[in-house]
Design a protein around this ligand. Sequence first.
Ligand code: AMP
Length: 113
Amino acid sequence: MDCIFCKIASQQIPARVAFENDRIIAFHDLFPQAPTHILVIPKTHYSTLNDVPASESALLGEMVRTAILIARELDFADNGYRVVMNCNQDGGQSVDHIHLHLLAGRQLTWPPG
Ligand code: AMP
């Protein structure tokens, strides 16, 4: 499959990895929108949130837990951070492999636009 995030997960293309286990890999975004901008992805390919079966709900939870873990490890949990998942065109999704954005390190505005 020609998926850039699958290739990062299988180490076919490089990334600055922040966390990894059997199911999840987290790496720094190539075009950061905040001082810290990390993408948390499952190693299993799901194109959009709509494609994740209910039986994989724990995987979605693990993605969020991973973001919390990284926030604590990189010491911005108390200052604060944002987690975002974009879905399809109106949601602003540009890479068709689900990913959770973890943004931190500056005052983030709301609504995002
Ligand atoms: P989205 O627009 O929600 O689909 O987010 C995709 C994100 O992937 C964007 O923030 C991109 O900057 C990021 N991105 C694309 N290619 C790479 C890559 N090779 N390594 C790291 N981040 C990437």
